[in-house]
Design a protein around this ligand. Sequence first.
Ligand code: KG4
Ligand code: ZN
Length: 329
Amino acid sequence: MKLLAIDTSCDDSCVAILETDTFHLLADVVHSHIKAMAAYGGVVPELASRQHLKALPLALDEALTQASLTLNQIDYIVVTHRPGLIGALLVGVSYAKSLAYALGKPLSVLNHLEAHLLSPFLARTQNQNPPPLPWIALVVSGGHTELFRVEENLTHHWLGGTLDDAAGEAFDKIGKLLGLPYPAGPVIDKWVREEATREDRTRFKIPRPQTSEFSFSFSGLKTHVRQIAQRPDFQATDTLALIASAQEAILGSLVKKLRDTKALYPHHHTVVTGGVACNCRLRELLPEAYFPAPRHCTDNAAMVAALGALHHERGTLAPAPLNCSALSR
Ligand code: KG4
Ligand code: ZN
């Protein structure tokens, strides 16, 4: 079955096509709207919705060209309907519903977070296996920092998450207050990797949040960084060390929670997904963890297609009625 997947949960217009039986990824297109958002230092929801309106038809054309298919050869359509920016989701869901109606093909709505969570199954598109189940999985992105237990039958249990900011949001906001462009996460990762010394990583003492089991918190850490940057004796030349120390604190908190959780579930494999899972230092700090390929850690529709294929395989791909709607949570 040729499955077309659409994701517009935030500021990327994503379309992918997957052959479900073979897990052959026929097309994987991401139109990023980072440039349009950079002027504002973050995602402007209304602007993201308008960008999706323009970009989705182009992304679909590009995906069909990549796959050498016509629309009529698509068998099934899946789209993420939550969680995310409601206006952005609304564009993707409306577009998918129109396609399904016009083509007379079935449509299913899927959860964006579940797509990130099970994105390690994209290993199958490379003829590789995902890490063996069960997993302790951390979904860590600009919108989420959530810990799950994933069982052999792919059912998953939410263990806990952030009480305030997501880790990616902390990267972006700390970067913004120190004058870095949006999104600051990848910029911080690269700058620290290329130029910071080992001492820079611990030069500023950033308090690690002491949250209860399975929960995270990053807003206090962010405020602390702001207070250091506002000290009269803080020099512009200290910025790299402050950023390196902040990155170490954010990642240290993720690593500690993951290891504490893993100690409770010694037979589970550790998995990390979502945009922050691209971070090189995080990958270095967690050699025992499985990370999907970086392009499938940030938002993409290939992971949505893979989720659709997994549900299809298990007989749980439920067709949605055409009055289905986008939901922010
Ligand atoms: O998964 P994603 O593309 O979108 C959401 O669902 O949120 O994640 C984007 C987030 C942004 O906050 C971005 O700064 C962060 O992931 N990010 C990184 C890196 N690459 C992306 N954070 C740290 N290091 C990176 N290399
Ligand atoms: Zn995401």
